[in-house]
Design a protein around this ligand. Structure first.
Ligand code: 13P
Length: 247
């Protein structure tokens, strides 16, 4: 799956142009395996423009509950909006909004309750990477975020090294492949029903490096920030993904 994470970007006019460009690029090829996470405020606009194509429209985050929580979007609101998937644990939420693994685990539980596909984001800092602690860090994030939760087949993990997000720096694709294999093993061992999740890579993916990632066996797609804001570039990446993964 290829997911666009628009973060706090977009406006009504440019979104309209974006959707029309995507439709004109993809209408003869189909819209399978494409997800878009716009802002909450633009969710319905994007859904109304694209839902008939079967594109999955999701949220970038969710609160742990509803009620007296000014400024929040509750899990039941997400379900009511027909949100197909929801990112949780993005490093920007962890860093800027202090989400810890315990909070993310509660979000996970609410998504499962409302039958919304969770896209659990994990990733190590540059310090952890340099110190050779990547796998340890990821294992802790996975185990603490899924603890006590029943995992479903539709779980997606997005591996996003914090130091690769928006920097133009990426790990070597073959190293990402090894890490994805590790992530699949950790999740499989943590679940009674042997779930092997799709694992997406995120962090400075663009149309020039996408093929290097998608040829790797354990890289099942990408979570894309900056390069997803341009519909033509995003469509180019989808084309590359399909050529290499959907044969
Ligand atoms: P960039 O693709 O801009 O590096 O962002 C990645 C990301 O954070 C997607 O969630």
């Amino acid at each position: 799956m290829i997911i666009a994470n628009w973060k706090a970007n977009g406006d009504i006019e440019s979104n309209k142009i974006w959707c029309n460009q995507l439709i004109s690029r993809m209408s003869d090829k189909g819209f399978k395996s494409i997800g878009i996470a716009p802002s909450y405020i633009h969710f319905n606009q994007i859904k109304n423009m694209l839902k008939n194509n079967g594109i999955e429209i999701g949220f970038q985050d969710i609160d742990i509950e509803g009620g007296a929580r000014t400024g929040s979007i509750s899990p039941s609101m997400a379900a009511d909006s027909e949100c197909s998937f929801c990112l949780i644990g993005h490093s920007e939420r962890r860093e800027i909004f202090n989400d810890d693994n315990d909070t993310i685990s509660k979000k996970y539980k609410m998504l499962a309750k409302h039958h919304i596909k969770p896209v659990l984001c994990i990733g190590e800092s540059f310090e952890d990477f340099q110190a050779g602690k990547t796998e340890k860090k990821l294992q802790t994030q996975i185990e603490e975020c899924i603890q006590g939760n029943i995992l479903s087949e539709n779980l997606i993990i997005a591996y996003e090294p914090v130091w690769a997000i928006g920097t133009g720096n990426t790990p070597k694709p073959k190293d990402v492949n090894t890490i994805h294999e590790f992530i699949k093993d950790v999740v499989q061992s943590a679940t009674e029903n042997n779930i092997v999740p799709q694992v997406l890579y995120g962090g400075s993916v663009n149309k020039n490096n996408a093929a290097d990632f998608f040829v790797q066996q354990n890289i099942d797609g990408a979570l894309i920030g900056g390069a997803s804001l341009n519909a033509d570039i995003f469509s180019d990446i989808i084309d590359i993904y399909r050529r290499l993964r959907e044969r």
